[in-house]
Design a protein around this ligand. Structure first.
Ligand SMILES: [Zn+2]
Length: 214
């Protein structure tokens, strides 16, 4: 399976990508993960990226594309891959198209996960994360609360609301998504790759994606 998962923050891309990957062995690839591992491994591209991040700047698109191309060339991607939250802009999408053509890779689908705004806001504002960096267990105050006194049930550290998951921060993330990433829906519609899938319950969404012919 070679797919891209699109959709607003909080729509469940990470969860669905994980389920699909466990099911069919496709590799889950997110920009954050590949940047972190390139930096950890100290590759030439990773060191370049680290320099930008240490200076508090954004890693330029050209570098992200180079790292992505290198990742897609790795043998584990031959089984298939799920791009989770990448590309983020039209520019990245057209550069990705060129890379895939160069590597002779054809995408099966671009799956656009959809959920109403109130559902997304509810999901993100009720999320809590363990403050222990090596644990980072995720809770939800409605349906998966931490232990008494806001303690992590795994490691006992305090469970907190992440700075980027406050109501204000989420509204801003969704605004940026609508401005920069939502236009990708039109881009991939033109490419005849787009499939819209409702993302309310993870198991139902997963089941629906599995019925797509690949
Ligand atoms: Zn913990």
């Amino acid at each position: 399976m070679r797919i891209i998962l699109l959709g607003s923050p909080g729509v469940g891309k990470g969860t669905i990508a994980k389920l699909l990957s466990q099911n069919n062995g496709s590799v889950q690839i997110s920009t954050g993960d590949i940047l972190r591992s390139a930096i950890k491994e100290g590759t030439e591209l990773g060191n370049k990226a680290k320099k930008y991040m240490d200076e508090g700047g954004l890693v330029p698109d050209s570098l992200i594309m180079d790292i992505m191309e290198k990742r897609l060339r790795e043998p584990d991607c031959r089984k298939g891959f799920i791009l989770d939250g990448f590309p983020r802009t039209i520019s990245q999408a057209s550069q990705l198209k060129a890379i895939l053509e160069k590597l002779g890779i054809t995408l099966d689908y671009v799956i656009n996960l959809e959920a109403p705004l109130n559902v997304i806001l509810e999901r993100l504002t009720t999320r809590r994360t363990c403050s222990n960096q090596t644990c980072q267990e995720i809770y939800n105050i409605r349906n998966n609360p931490p232990a008494e006194g806001n303690k992590c049930r795994k490691c006992g550290h305090m469970v907190v609301q992440r700075d980027d998951e406050t109501q204000e921060a989420i509204t801003e993330r969704i605004r940026v998504y609508n401005e920069k990433t939502a236009p990708l829906v039109g881009f991939y519609q033109k490419e005849k790759l787009l499939r819209n899938v409702e993302s309310l319950k993870a198991d139902e969404t997963f089941a629906e994606i599995k019925t797509l012919k690949i």
